[in-house]
Design a protein around this ligand. Structure first.
Ligand code: CUA
Length: 340
């Protein structure tokens, strides 16, 4: 009977260990998962170092406290039905110990934490990229004021160069977080918050809004592409260009339809009459990997579905259902897909 229980316990523990370990191995190399424990920038590493210190101190505290508890439970358990434990009132030595020990723990944590906070707060003068990030319900706008680039939901940075993000909000409080490269920072109306980091690995990094900001908070995603200086420059050159004007086919019909429809009331397509700024800049929307703030792959079918009825995909989205016919939605999608 007893050996059966022990065997079950062992199997359960082993299974737990295997599950925990396999959970880690897949994450170490890929740049995709949203995790802070495999940092890929200077700032992300500062945070990870603190986390590790606090984690191991917490392990020591946990083992110490629980060990002491178990010892007390076993050592001082009631052995006879009518037994009355010894009554104690106060213990000066113990009281001093449990006041002093936590103070030491907090002090040890505070010593590296304070310089980390200051280091993370001070934007290095070497920061080469300045990006204005504006949170909207429910998408992200990225402006590169020095480069004349405006884009949405996906942004690019050159590898190994310090980027400085100036965070602003167009409506409510959001919070910007791309876990593998930087800490969380709230995005607050009427003020500008800052975040900086130096990306250390090329790749595609996921992030998202981490402050509840309304119905579609969970679908307010962000993607960062870290690439070589060369590819970054190429991306910038492309982004700076005006939108291409299609000359034939469904894309051209879609372009005409776009200019006649309500789309121009909210969106900009540089090089056309569409100059509104309520929604994302669509000048190069066809070249983005995703749609609707990172929740759909950017395919003609998905784009058409989105244009047809944004409310079905993102309830509460500021983009209304315009009641477009299937054919018109298809033409608009063909046009927008051509804007690369
Ligand atoms: Cu924006 Cu949550």
């Amino acid at each position: 009977m007893i050996s059966n229980a022990r065997l079950s316990l062992r199997v359960a523990l082993l299974t737990l260990v295997v599950v925990l370990l396999t959970g880690c191995t897949q994450w170490a190399d890929s740049s995709l998962p949203q995790t802070t424990v495999f940092p890929l920038s200077d700032v992300a590493r500062y945070i990870q170092n603190l986390y590790e210190l606090i984690f191991w101190m917490a392990v020591v505290v946990f083992v110490g406290v629980e060990g002491f508890l178990l010892y007390a439970i076993i050592r001082f358990r009631r052995r006879r039905e009518d037994e009355m434990p010894a009554q104690t009132h106060g213990n000066t030595r113990l009281e001093i110990a449990w006041t002093v020990l936590p103070s030491i723990v907090l002090l040890v944590i505070a010593i590296p934490t304070i310089p980390t906070i200051f280091a993370q707060d001070a934007i290095p003068p070497t920061a080469s990229q300045r990006i204005k990030v504006i949170g909207h319900q429910w998408w992200w706008e990225f402006q590169y004021p020095d480069l004349g680039v405006v884009t949405a939901n996906e942004f690019h940075l050159p590898l190994g160069e310090t980027a400085r993000l100036d965070l602003e909000s167009a409506d409510v409080v959001h919070s910007f977080w791309v876990p593998r490269v930087g800490g969380k920072m709230d995005v607050v109306p009427t003020r500008t918050n800052h975040l900086w980091f130096t990306p250390e690995k090329e790749g595609e990094f996921y992030g998202q809004c981490v402050e509840f900001c309304g119905t579609q908070h969970a679908n307010m995603r962000v993607r960062l592409f870290v690439e070589s200086r060369e590819s970054f420059d190429k991306w910038v050159r492309l982004q700076r260009e005006n939108a291409a004007a299609p000359t034939a086919g469904p894309a051209q019909q879609g372009a005409e339809l776009f200019q006649r429809s309500a789309c121009i009331g909210c969106h900009t397509i540089r090089g056309t009459n569409a100059r509104a700024v309520a929604g994302p800049d669509l000048t190069h929307v066809g070249g983005r990997k995703t749609l609707a703030a990172g929740i759909l792959d950017n395919t003609p079918e998905n784009l058409k579905k989105w244009i047809r009825d944004p409310q079905e995909i993102k309830v509460g989205s500021k983009m209304p259902n315009l009641g477009l016919s299937d054919q018109d939605a298809g033409l608009l999608a063909a046009y927008l897909q051509s804007l690369r």
